[in-house]
Design a protein. Sequence first.
Length: 206
Amino acid sequence: MKLLHLDSSVLNDNSVSRQLTARIVAQFRAAQPELEVAYRDLGSDAPAHLSADILATRFVPVEHWSAEQQREAALTEQLLQEFLAADVVVIGAPMYNFSIPTQLKAWIDRIAQAGRTFKYTENGPVGLAGGKKVIIVSSRGGVFSTSETMRAMDFQEDYLRAVMGFLGITEVSIVRAEGVSMGTEAKGKALQAANHEIEELLAAAA
């Protein structure tokens, strides 16, 4: 079994999402000692955002690529292979300004490719990356899940669900810790709730 572990927070050791993804992966390792884990720290080593030159490698013959395009194409292929090979993908996705970190978006833009992870048909798009489980660790400074007004500003969780669904992944679980910037007590309650969600999620998967 292969697991891809992605962190995207820029807060390093102060990150709630990193703490929770680490716990999830550790419990997977404990349950399955033979587990193969690939790790990407997108917060500190993100792929470059799409540019005209990077995007051109999908359409221009390889013999016309520059040295930089060759390097970027090799990285894109590595990211794609890691994603496609994984049976489980654990994504640390904090909310930044109502959405996801730009570093995580850069990764998504590399792995969302027509002909590789989805295709267009006469009946609409079809995902090609199904058959895997995705666990999203969602952390938020405020509370966005308990009122219609705040839910309307959530472009984080719904976006990630939509992307994964577009790629053909139907088994998407979200572990949420929200209100983590609303004081020590609120943060403690958020972590307690998230850890409880992790226990229930992994127990169901066992």
